[in-house]
Design a binder for this molecule. Structure first.
Ligand code: ZN
Ligand code: ZN
Length: 429
């Protein structure tokens, strides 16, 4: 056989492994978020990672960067065009319509967690496989729902030890009032067209609201003077926005009115918001998450007119920030270490390990190590209170040695009394 040089495989560009040492932060986030979501009355939903690509074109938006530049698509052998989901609101609404959730008492309050995929230029805080945790409240138009979603976010940030959070908020109106705003915007930018970046010149034709999203240096001063949506809101949108802000004031939640905030998706109506980390070089510019109201989207996807509001948090970014500020204890915390010696001891050790586990005693081991010295060293490193030693003789006699790691005192006990004896000693300390 000809020799083939072995290849060192790499994860795809912009994607990464999340290693055990980092998992404590992920676990802390996910457990806190799930628990809080359930306390707020949200139920978990999981949807496929792959969806009909058309779903995102119709909802996220035909002219958005997410759909035109960042979507991973594939064609199946039967020529169906699928996309790896770049975000999850469209999938959740598809499920809401397909699975009859529309027939449940409204609003339907759902939460989700999972990977999203965006083919972006990799840079700090941006991954091509990113994780989002999101809430959707579907079927209620009251402004208190917007406030509840925002309250959840601040509540969760607090549980995670993130206190320096800034929220930017805006209202981008509805189908009634947006055309007038759009006209004002186009009018304003058309007169300054030559000063805009090429992307913005294109946006001016395709999707003028996106102009406010531009990050190019040269567009910033023009953007700053642009007409503000809040000056064009219809009575209904104006009242709704005012109420949301009143709820925030009532809860003493800080916010910053940002006229330029439009979000990168097409389906938003009325309230939009984003969260940033204060005084942080990296994360004062990249949002930790955001959301808003999307009252027309269910109808757009073929349902009855159904108002809804939601948000998604970027878990990768939040974990990044948690690592700066939070000490998380590892969840693996064994109290007992099982040492096995000799052929018989080794053979019986797995069964004993299981007995301890069933009795709720978290037990560590280093099976496969021959020397007692090496095994006890590991026991010491883990800081366990007791070591259980199962040697050749003990295995034959049906006993086990219990060693107090601190005093070094040892006692041989019958295996059937092991659990009681261990529990008694652990309780004493
Ligand atoms: Zn309106
Ligand atoms: Zn621009």
């Amino acid at each position: 056989m000809p020799k083939v040089k072995s290849k060192q495989f790499q994860a795809p560009k912009g994607m990464r492994d999340i290693l055990p040492e980092e998992q404590v932060y992920w676990d802390k986030f996910i457990k806190s978020a799930q628990r809080l979501a359930e306390d707020y009355g949200f139920q978990k939903i999981e949807t496929p990672v792959l969806e009909d690509a058309e779903l995102f074109v119709r909802s996220t938006g035909q002219t958005t960067d997410i759909v035109t530049k960042q979507m991973y698509t594939l064609r199946t052998s039967s020529h169906v065009r699928l996309a790896l989901r770049p975000e999850n609101t469209p999938g959740v609404l598809r499920a809401y319509l397909q699975d009859g959730l529309v027939n449940l008492p409204q609003p339907v309050k759902l939460y989700y967690y999972g990977p999203m995929f965006r083919h972006e230029q990799p840079q700090a805080g941006r991954w091509r496989q990113l994780y989002q945790f999101g809430l959707e409240t579907i079927g209620e138009k009251a402004s208190i729902m917007d406030a509840q979603i925002i309250q959840f976010c601040f509540h969760l940030f607090r549980l995670l030890g993130l206190t320096k959070i800034n929220m930017h908020i805006n209202s981008i109106g509805c189908q009634q009032c947006r055309p007038a705003y759009r006209r004002a915007l186009v009018d304003y930018f058309r007169h300054r067209k030559n000063k805009l970046c090429p992307d913005c010149q294109r946006r001016l034709k395709e999707n003028p609201l996106r102009l406010l999203d531009c990050k190019e240096e040269k567009c910033q001063p023009i953007k700053a003077q642009a007409p503000a949506t809040v000056d064009y809101l219809c009575d209904e949108c104006h009242r709704h926005f005012k109420e949301v802000l009143e709820y925030l004031d009532e809860m003493e939640m800080p916010y910053f009115l940002n006229n330029a905030l439009v979000r990168g998706l097409d389906y938003y109506t009325k309230t939009v918001f984003e969260f940033f980390l204060e005084e942080n070089e990296k994360y004062s510019a990249i949002a930790l998450g955001g959301g808003g109201r999307y009252d027309d989207l269910v109808k757009e996807l073929g349902g009855k007119p159904t108002p809804a509001v939601g948000m998604a948090l970027g878990v990768d970014r939040i974990v990044d920030v948690m690592k700066l500020t939070l000490k998380v204890k590892p969840t693996y915390n064994p109290k007992v270490f099982l040492v096995e010696l000799g052929e018989m001891g080794r053979r019986k050790s797995l069964k004993l390990f299981e007995t301890l586990h069933e009795a709720g005693i978290v037990t560590a081991e280093s099976f496969g190590r021959d020397s007692i010295k090496a095994q006890l060293k590991n026991a010491d490193r883990l800081g366990v209170k007791l070591a259980l030693i199962l040697g050749q003789q003990e295995a034959l006699d049906g006993t086990v040695i219990i060693r107090d790691m601190q005093s070094g005192v040892q006692e041989t006990v019958p295996q059937e009394k092991m659990v009681d004896q261990v529990k008694k000693r652990l309780a004493k300390n």
